[in-house]
Design a protein around this ligand. Structure first.
Ligand SMILES: C[S@@+](CC[C@H](N)C(=O)[O-])C[C@H]1O[C@@H](n2cnc3c(N)ncnc32)[C@H](O)[C@@H]1O
Length: 220
């Protein structure tokens, strides 16, 4: 099956300079993703939209959270992606922000192997792959931004992700339609782990494609 967005100018527009490494990633995912249990059989023809562009929608929110000085390298910056799995959104974030160190936190050995293969293939020099559960990762000094997609509901995620965010940093999570209900349900856990002002923001994916939702939580 061929991806309907192969060669599309929409993809090139959204990804900019990251198109080249992400095309290598796309091809690897197309060939190996299903047999290696990283994507479902019906996903093979929608890898660009469902996985890569969907992940890219989180990048403007990461940039906003990092701010000018960190993006320009005048201040040290760090991003972590929890439960990266096949590389979403972590590998897309790392490709689109090549000057920002990105740590991918993933406990499953098979997926860690996959992530390391992808990092090498894509020539990314800003990525560290850490085989660990998020709740086992040493907390200090904390990351400026922690991202995740499809890892756990906010009630659980708050306790895994917020401790890893430095004071005044931000959790940015790609979520489905249930985003508002999830943060309402997790109000107590979010507060307990130092989260403030949880909110849902609509995140455009690309012109003509359905937008997605991002949950943002600031750290006290
Ligand atoms: C449904 S997959 C999602 C993968 C990827 N984020 C995506 O959106 O395609 C959930 C991932 O979270 C990982 N995971 C589960 N528990 C975790 C934990 N406590 N800390 C970090 N990752 C975890 C799993 O191994 C798996 O790779």
């Amino acid at each position: 099956m061929v991806d309907e967005l192969n060669g599309s100018p929409i993809v090139a527009d959204v990804l900019g300079d990251a198109l080249e490494p992400l095309t290598l990633f796309h091809t690897k995912l197309e060939n190996e993703g299903e047999p290696r249990g990283l994507i479902g059989p019906r996903d093979v023809s929608i890898i660009w939209e469902r996985h890569i562009l969907n992940s890219a929608a989180i990048v403007p929110f990461i940039k906003e959270a990092l701010g000018e000085d960190r993006l320009a390298g005048r201040k040290k910056a760090s991003v972590a992606d929890i439960g990266s799995g096949g590389g979403f959104p972590g590998l897309i974030v790392a490709s689109m922000l090549p000057n920002i160190p990105v740590t991918l936190i993933e406990p499953m050995e098979r997926r860690v192997e996959w992530l390391n293969e992808c990092v090498e293939l894509m020539g990314l020099s800003n990525v560290t792959v850490l085989r660990a559960r998020a709740e086992e990762v040493p907390i200090h000094p904390g990351f400026d931004v922690v991202t995740c997609r499809a890892v756990a509901p906010m009630t659980k995620l708050s306790g895994w992700a917020l401790p890893l965010v430095r004071s005044h940093g931000r959790l940015v999570a790609l979520k489905g339609r249930s985003a508002q209900a999830e943060i309402d349900k997790a109000a107590k856990e979010i507060r307990k782990h130092g989260g403030v002002n949880p909110r849902v923001v609509e995140a455009p994916v690309a012109p003509g494609l359905e937008s997605t939702h991002v949950v943002i939580v600031d750290k006290r």
